[in-house]
Ligand binder design. Structure first.
Ligand code: FAD
Length: 314
């Protein structure tokens, strides 16, 4: 929120090095390059702005978006008028919110499972964020209502329900099992150590093998109450996402989206073969299977040859 007021990311010398501060893979790549040069660390620079502007940034930032920031800086004796806010690249996120990934939906928010709709961060909608969530949320709501209208009630299969309940509640039978915090931490370490860009195929293969093996570790998790049980189930979802990310990254043999998909063995973008979606599906035998899907034609004029913020990875 500070950017529109004139703040920007600067290197240790106080100089701007990013063509556009808005969140993107290109922005990440430029930051990563600067951090790996002798000019890091990098910081959010506001100290060149006038006092009124900084006061307005403080008012907005501390009152709603980041209420704890005021105390944080106070505790360190820092002031935006004299000090930059150091920034770094943290762990990678597997969710789809700021990316172009997620559950495959059409323009009615329908998934490939009849009657199942997806919207927002977990769906692959053009431009996620709030606007993607609002628009696809509305579409999925309206279309789901139309779908169920006049539909006969279907009695769920009791055997299926019983099996699912047994699977989900299993950690409650092991209250002294390995705590979900440890199992989640270890899994996230694998993600960061082996999937983090710049991506290497050998590391991703090692990561993939670890995620496949991880079912055994998941079975050791214990929960003492429903809250812990919910967290245990979340660790299952993180494992699924990690495996999907590893498979999709290994499949796409090119680099794209700046740092986000920078493969050391394929450092160039290859529109000829990879200007497409890389989709995952469940095969007949239950395995994850990759396939390519064409990108729908743009409905507005876009010059694909001229991507303004495209930065060479090297
Ligand atoms: C730090 C940060 C800054 C951002 N800044 C901006 C910005 O400036 N502008 C912008 O447009 N977007 C921004 N975004 C993105 C935006 O916040 C998201 O795209 C948007 O909130 C997605 O909405 P959603 O409803 O799809 O998902 P969410 O808001 O994540 O809602 C999903 C809900 O489902 C709940 N849930 C999960 N699992 C279960 C379960 N098993 N049972 C029941 N409930 C469950 C969760 O608790 C959550 O409340 C930002 C995101 C982050 C993380």
């Amino acid at each position: 929120m500070a950017s529109p007021f004139g703040a920007y990311t600067a290197n240790a010398e106080g100089n701007r090095f990013i063509s556009c501060d808005y969140w993107s893979g290109q922005m990440m790549l430029e930051t990563w390059k600067e951090l790996n040069s002798g000019k890091g660390p990098v910081h959010l620079k506001m100290y060149h702005l006038d006092d009124d502007t900084i006061s307005e940034i403080e008012r907005v930032l501390w009152a709603n978006e980041r209420p704890s920031r005021e105390r944080f800086h106070e505790g360190r004796g820092e002031d935006y008028r004299t000090d930059g806010v150091e920034m770094n690249i943290s762990e990678i996120g597997l969710c789809s919110g700021h990316s172009a990934s997620g559950v495959w939906v059409n323009d009615k928010a329908e998934t490939t499972v009849p009657g199942l709709y997806a919207a927002g961060d977990m769906a692959s909608v053009p431009h996620n964020y709030m606007i993607g969530a609002f628009v696809s949320g509305r579409l999925s709501g309206i279309n789901a209502m139309n779908y169920v209208e006049g539909l006969e009630h279907v009695e769920p299969d009791p055997e299926f329900l019983a099996a699912e309940k047994a699977r989900i509640y299993a950690p409650l039978d092991r209250p002294d099992g390995v705590p979900h915090t440890q199992v989640e931490y270890k899994l996230r370490r694998y993600v960061n150590d082996y999937l983090q860009p710049p991506k290497s195929p050998t590391k991703m293969d090692i990561g993939l093998a670890a995620f496949e093996r991880y079912y055994e570790t998941l079975d050791l998790m214990g929960a003492r109450d429903p809250h812990e049980l919910m967290r245990c189930m979340e660790v299952h979802f993180i494992r699924d996402c990690a495996e999907m990310a590893a498979r999709a990254s290994l499949y796409r043999k090119e680099s794209r989206w700046g740092l986000y998909h920078y493969r050391l063995d394929y450092p160039e973008k290859n529109n000829e073969e990879w200007f497409c979606h890389a989709n995952l599906k469940k095969s007949e035998t239950g395995e994850m299977e990759m396939f390519k899907r064409p990108v729908a034609p743009y409905i507005v004029e876009v010059n694909l040859q001229q991507e303004v913020y495209d930065v060479a990875v090297r």
